[in-house]
Design a protein around this ligand. Structure first.
Ligand code: BGP
Length: 469
């Protein structure tokens, strides 16, 4: 009989997470090519410019200049006792066009130095291979992941970075929030629909190509970095039935399937029966090569990384809608809501951890969770973000309850430990950080870094391995 685990495991990976494109800036520096993030002036929920308009402001082009300031930023993370730091490699720093013959050495060197710096400061790098950063050239020339050739381009990139960083990176994630293909295919897969295109057909075909790419990346990683682990990464903020009306309950499960299906393929290794039915009813036919199903079955994920921000509710017949925070339906009267309409639900995190562990029996990694809020600098020059402390404290307590429930969790990397550009809206004022960055929505500000109250609080939480809350 197993004993109840009362505390966070000793080797629990506490830390924070960012994405290259939301933090680095330097968007064409040192041979980098253009990636799709550069064409969103107002985040991935909004319009995409396939050609950069010189008269427009694109917040990710400079972002918070992490590219040049990562040493001082990581020093602050070390001060908070981070054991892990998650970021992505921007594919277009390594292969500027995506289909280049040889990689860009300057890009490779940058990540060498970045990962070395993390290790020097006692942090395990957690690295996402593609976080809404498809090279634009692949979109324009090949139609992005609609085209099977992308699998080869992606694998060449994977091979390059696996070989180069095998001694430095022990935790990899393939595609950030791949299930956002159905909510935000532009960000998730570089898919911008053409007039008259059968969108659902494209979403599933593209997802299939990305599943094969994921599985082959798992295979490669195991061959080239035998001590590393590689996972899939999904957006799994949850959705409840709005009422106990059976139609609400059942249709909510169907809505959840639209996300879990991605985990089912990349973790269980096969397409579930309910998807066959959805495809049949929606007239979708996905082209597969003869070897694909075997590949998907053989090379499954080592762990599940996921983001959790909120919950929402669903009513029967309501259209499916969502953003970077997950599915969104009717507001839940029992929960508080942020200015961006995200409802705060720590119990939902415990619920989700149990749901996922029951389903997959695989270690889970909370690689994103956090509160985006407007912060103000008070008269004393400080930022008193008690609301952020409350949010994180309640979510850490929920995680602890899930551990007591028997759920295996590898770590917790808080989203946006330093203020960065919002993925969904491109705003700077939607701030998540323990560290404030003096930069506004229009690009004004000194970029100086200021510790918020939550900085000291998180520092002591980590020093006590999650006990001192
Ligand atoms: C996730 C993304 C992140 C991130 C986060 C918060 O979906 O993986 O890139 O930004 O959501 O979303 P937002 O930035 O829109 O507040």
């Amino acid at each position: 009989m197993k004993k109840v685990r009362e505390k966070f495991p000793e080797n629990f990976l506490w830390g924070g997470a960012i994405a290259a494109n939301q933090a680095e800036g330097a968007y064409l520096a040192d041979g980098k090519g253009l990636d799709i993030s550069g064409g969103f002036a107002h985040g991935i929920k909004h319009d995409y410019d396939s050609v950069i308009d010189p008269n427009k402001y694109y917040p990710t082009h400079e972002a918070i200049d992490f590219y040049h300031r990562y040493r001082e930023d990581l020093a602050l993370m070390q001060e908070m006792n981070f054991k892990a730091f998650r970021t992505s490699i921007n594919w277009s720093r390594i292969f500027p066009n995506g289909d280049d013959e040889v990689p860009n050495e300057a890009g490779l060197r940058y990540y060498d130095e970045l990962f070395d710096e993390m290790r020097r400061r006692g942090m395990e790098p957690i690295v996402t291979l593609s976080h809404y950063e498809t090279p634009v050239h692949l979109v324009e020339k090949y139609g992005s992941w609609r085209n099977r050739r992308l699998i080869d381009f992606f694998l060449k990139y994977c091979e390059t970075v696996f070989v180069r960083y095998s001694g430095k990176v022990k935790y990899w994630l393939t595609f950030n929030e791949l299930n956002n293909m159905r909510r935000m295919p532009g960000g998730a897969g570089g898919i911008f629909f053409e007039e008259g295109e059968n969108q659902q057909q494209t979403v599933y075909q593209v997802s299939h190509h990305m599943f094969v790419a994921h599985s082959l990346a798992v295979k490669l990683c195991h061959e080239l970095c035998p001590t590393a682990k590689i996972g899939c990464m999904l957006s799994l903020s949850n959705v409840y039935p709005h009422t106990c009306r059976p139609e609400d309950v059942f249709e909510t499960m169907e809505l959840r399937w639209r996300s879990l299906f991605y985990g089912d393929v990349m973790i269980r290794g096969s397409y579930p029966g309910y998807i066959a039915r959805i495809w049949q009813e929606e007239g979708i036919e996905v082209e597969m090569a003869p070897e694909d199903e075997e590949i998907i079955r053989t090379y499954t994920s080592d762990y599940l990384g996921f983001s959790y921000y909120r919950t929402s509710t669903h009513e029967y017949g309501q259209p499916f809608y969502g953003d970077t925070g997950g599915d969104q339906g009717t507001p839940n009267p029992y929960l508080e809501t942020t200015p961006w309409g995200w409802q705060i639900d720590p119990i939902g995190l415990r619920y989700t951890l149990n749901e996922l562990y029951d389903r997959y029996q695989l270690p889970l990694f909370v690689v994103e969770n956090g509160l985006g809020q407007e912060d103000e600098i008070s008269a004393d020059g400080k930022i008193h973000d008690q609301y952020r402390i409350d949010y994180i404290r309640s979510h850490i307590l929920a995680m602890k309850e899930a551990i007591r429930d028997g759920v295996e969790i590898i770590g917790y990397t808080y989203w946006g430990p330093i203020d960065i550009v919002s993925a969904g809206t491109g705003e700077m004022k939607k701030r998540y950080g323990f560290i404030y960055v003096d930069r506004d929505n229009d690009g004004n500000g000194t970029m100086c870094r200021i510790k918020k109250d939550s900085f000291e609080w998180y520092r002591s939480v980590l020093a006590s391995n999650g006990e001192d809350l």
